[in-house]
Design a binder for this molecule. Sequence first.
Ligand SMILES: Cc1cc2nc3c(=O)[nH]c(=O)nc-3n(C[C@H](O)[C@H](O)[C@H](O)COP(=O)(O)OP(=O)(O)OC[C@H]3O[C@@H](n4cnc5c(N)ncnc54)[C@H](O)[C@@H]3O)c2cc1C
Length: 439
Amino acid sequence: MSRPNSQRNQLKQGILEVQSYYRATQNKEITFPTLNSEKTADICVIGGGYTGLSTALYLAKKGISVILLEANNIASGASGVNGGQSSGGMRKDQMYLEKRLGKEQALALWKIGEQAKHHTKSLIDEYNIECDYKKGIAHPNHKQKYCEDAKLYVEHLNRVYNYTEIEYLDKNKMFDLCGSDGYFGGSFNKGDAHLHPLNYALGIASAAISEGAIIYENSRVIEYKVGDTGAKVSTKDGTVTSDRVILACNGYLEGLEKRLTAKILPMNNYIVATEILSDEVVSRINPKDIAFADSRFVINYFRLSSDNRLLFGGGENYSNNLSNNILHIVTKPMKIIYPFLSNLNIDYAWGGKLAITLNRLPVFREFENGKLLSAQGYSGQGVSLASFSGKIIADKITNTSDMFDTMSRIPITGFPGGRFLRSPSMKIGMAYYALLDRL
Ligand SMILES: Cc1cc2nc3c(=O)[nH]c(=O)nc-3n(C[C@H](O)[C@H](O)[C@H](O)COP(=O)(O)OP(=O)(O)OC[C@H]3O[C@@H](n4cnc5c(N)ncnc54)[C@H](O)[C@@H]3O)c2cc1C
């Protein structure tokens, strides 16, 4: 696929929209004005992805006045471009959490992760969000030696967490699900789901405005001042005076809040959409229409779109701009998993920035006596959790649950190298683990 020059320029800006399959199939067009005057609200939310939109929704639902400022367009960040996999738990598994944080905190985080997953479905139902929600995610192992651990983990979830929607599948059963002989078995979680991420985000935006939230697009926050008496948030052409500020910028935060910059690292990740597959190929590679996320350190994730394209994600880097070479980055692993699909046309290729933390657990923090709250660093597992964060934040503000405090107790250390050197030092570490994937 050749790319017109204008689209190449968009790749360089770090957000690629026109080539996203999701953008091409969005089911509603909603636009918002630019902030160009002085406004007041109880709360000002910065960032219009799942975190910011759901925060605006839940605050407005509670009768709190809220203004959301988005630098570009709603869901132009990770929330509009991601793999659409809605999983429970955290990005790190329960065994890791038990070992590092203790059983009590691990259980508390499991419950929040499960609530987040169920919340996605209930939000979709409550606001009639059309986003192709479908159940099932499998985790195939690309190495035989991972299978024993996967079996033990399934048993652990069944027994200790009483979670019975997950089962272990042997090589043959996994082959029946995914049609690739590159896997040795793995787990299948019937409780997880996948969806059209952009339509989900636009649905949350519509829900938020229906509850009374006010949204401005193309309104990049350039600075904010937060003190005991309140906050002032400034864009190029306007200001919002509010009691509190919520930071929901995730991989696009960078220098806006320096106390968080070294704790999260923006990372680019990429997806392609193939041409529409024949019925024969569909029944060979995904007869149950589920999603897959494999065991590689640089995860390959794939599923079908509602019009039967293969949506295949994988490959990452740390540069400020998205790669100009998405096709190569993503189709290389795709051809390893599905060599018989090597000749398919790729109709769409896109990417976006997520935010990872060193231990891959999210960072929820409050500053200035709770006048500034922040949630980010979902580390690639934010479809459910980020869209539940709004409820967690709104409950914190109204003192109606302690979920924010549970999340903020997760210890997060900064990246080695601090704010400026974290990216090169991570690059070296990630290259090492990516090499292990191939050995
Ligand atoms: C390619 C890709 C695939 C992924 N796949 C999955 C998946 O399958 N499952 C999963 O669970 N997670 C996945 N993720 C992660 C998931 O998408 C994110 O965790 C989630 O979308 C984070 O939502 P958010 O609202 O916190 O951040 P974002 O959606 O990134 O929103 C942040 C917003 O803040 C805005 N912003 C930044 N700075 C400013 C400013 N100064 N002023 C105003 N606005 C500002 C940005 O423009 C952006 O719109 C993936 C991410 C990517 C990039």
